[in-house]
Write a protein that binds this ligand. Structure first.
Ligand code: FAD
Ligand code: SF4
Length: 494
């Protein structure tokens, strides 16, 4: 395009959308941190793309989005076409634009990282889709013919929603079941509203319903409806169950008062933030012992763990008025799993980071008063290349704390009814499927051979997302839901 300014990448600095002012965040504002680009900003930022011949960003994006193409459409102001193209590969583009750790994925691979600053890919993705949807654009299914096939999707998290989206596009009727009353899975109940406003999910639900997807919410499979019943009513079933078994680390003292697991803490906050005043009285399935949350105002809060969940906890504690919030992590900053951007935001909001600290024990009589920690140094890399933290003898100290939140991560917790139906599991509890998890690093499109991707050991049952991969990312769950739908289409339609 001869109208495209050749030196925009150099002359226009990388710019993220404006953020909520710091004092409001520290004063308890739960609104989405980043605002939205205006049209001019979106055009300028999109125009920085070099349109590399072999775009690393698209390779690194687990969904292999056509990033340079929709950036170009955004630059030209063709927002509806950009949104249509974004949906070609990504069933939840406005969600991923908000919550993907772009610094590790698409933006981390942008050629402009070489001194100029990556294109703001996620923020443009959010802009394109938010704007197109608000202007009434919807996926065009007018050429899709109904096949008469019906599929039950268990779980309305990103894996299940993505699977349902792709099935609808193939003319297969998808019915999504979830034990909760809202769609989104962890998008709704785990990720705080300062990263993802919940109105985004309400819009996505309306989009999916417009595509013919049906929701049966507040229904738990295995309790209210059996898998057998679904296999009679539907041609195939997709399992997008997530991964919810909490890793507590087995620390002495973890039963002390005011020691909280991360997810119930976030879920209860989320409910309160969204005006559910009775939230404290509502147990979360499997977390019945953790109903009452302490008031954090003026308290010293220590969060153990350095992943996305840990970052959400520290930043929630800031908004809840804690006097001091500390994140203790056993490796160094470079080895922290949390997104670099989220760590920077937390630091700006006043969170203190203590790296190379291994928790040994939670101390206190009735309620917790501190965490005994040891300093660590990094040892040899393990099989996955990560260097293990080793405690340095004689380096112990105590971090004073009124509240401790444990955010060590989650393991799959497969329900018993899976094995009753001959659905095989891996040793670590993940659901076994035909396509190895992690396949999203390749640019595979469909299967040339006879194999059916994401099929479990039951031929009519498919699975994907955290229940298959273990706790991971929204974008990888979306990828697996999308690919499992391709497997179901292959099974049902050939
Ligand atoms: P889930 O989102 O867990 O959804 C599973 C759904 O299945 C749930 O709604 C559940 O109710 C339903 N279900 C399970 N069993 C049944 C049953 N028997 N009957 C009916 N329904 C059932 N990822 C990012 O990319 N960026 C982030 O910033 C980020 N932040 C995170 C913050 C927190 C606090 C947490 C916990 C995770 C975060 N993640 C983040 C990870 C991300 O949320 C997950 O990887 C993703 O949601 C997994 O999607 P899923 O569809 O596999 O499972
Ligand atoms: Fe980047 Fe995530 Fe969007 Fe892919 S889905 S382009 S990784 S923000």
């Amino acid at each position: 395009d001869s109208n495209k300014p050749v030196f925009a990448f150099r002359d226009t600095p990388r710019q993220m959308p404006a953020r909520i002012p710091l004092e409001l965040r520290q004063g308890g504002d739960w609104g989405e941190l980043y605002g939205r680009f205006g049209e001019a900003e979106a055009k300028h930022q999109s125009g920085r793309c070099l349109d590399c011949g072999n775009p690393y960003c698209a390779w690194k994006c687990p969904l292999h989005n056509y990033i340079p193409r929709w950036l170009e459409l955004a630059r030209e102001g063709r927002v509806h076409e950009a949104a249509a193209l974004a949906h070609e590969t990504n069933p939840l583009p406005e969600v991923c634009g908000r919550v993907c750790p772009q610094d590790r994925l698409c933006e981390g691979s942008c050629t402009l990282n070489d001194g100029f600053g990556a294109v703001t890919i996620g923020a443009v993705e959010k802009y394109i889709v938010d704007r197109a949807l608000s202007e009434g654009w919807r996926p065009d299914l007018s050429r899709v013919a109904a096949t008469g096939k019906r599929v039950a999707v268990i779980g309305a998290g990103p894996a299940g929603l993505s699977c349902a989206d792709r099935l609808a596009r193939a003319g297969i009727e998808a019915t999504v079941f979830d034990r909760y009353e809202q769609i989104g899975g962890l998008l709704h109940f785990g990720i705080p509203s300062f990263k993802l406003e919940k109105s985004v999910l309400a819009t996505r639900r309306e989009v999916l319903e417009g595509m013919g997807v049906q929701f049966r919410l507040g229904v738990e499979i295995g309790r209210d409806v059996s898998l057998d019943a679904l296999l009679v009513e539907f041609d195939a079933v997709f399992l997008g169950l997530g991964s919810y078994r909490y890793t507590d680390g087995g620390l002495p003292g973890q039963d002390l008062k005011h020691v909280l697991p991360a997810l119930p803490f976030l879920v209860h906050n989320g409910r309160l933030v969204h005006g559910d005043d009775a939230a404290h009285a509502k147990p979360i399935a499997g977390w019945e012992d953790h109903i009452a949350l302490p008031d954090l105002r003026g308290k010293r809060v220590v969060v153990l763990g350095g992943g996305d969940t840990g970052m959400d906890c520290v930043r929630s504690a800031v908004r809840l008025g804690a006097a001091r919030v500390t994140c203790a992590y056993r490796r160094d900053e470079a080895n922290m799993p949390g997104s670099v951007r989220e760590v920077a935001n937390a630091r700006e909001e006043g969170v203190q980071f203590l790296f190379n600290r291994q928790p040994l024990e939670l101390i206190g009589d009735e309620a917790v008063t501190g965490v005994r920690v040891a300093e660590t140094r990094l040892g040899e890399p393990d099989a996955r290349g990560r260097r293990n933290a080793e405690a340095v003898p004689g380096s112990e100290s105590v971090l004073a704390a009124d509240v401790v939140i444990i955010a060590f991560g989650f393991q799959p917790d497969p329900p018993a009814w899976l094995s009753a139906h001959g659905i095989a599991l891996e040793d670590n509890g993940r659901i076994r499927v035909t396509q190895a998890a992690g396949g999203c690093s390749s640019r595979r499109r469909g299967n040339a051979d006879d194999s059916v991707p994401y099929q479990t050991s039951h031929p009519r049952v498919f699975a994907g997302g955290d229940g298959v991969r273990g706790a991971d990312l929204v974008v990888t769950a979306a990828y697996e839901g999308r690919e499992a739908a391709a497997g179901i289409v292959k099974l049902l339609l050939g």
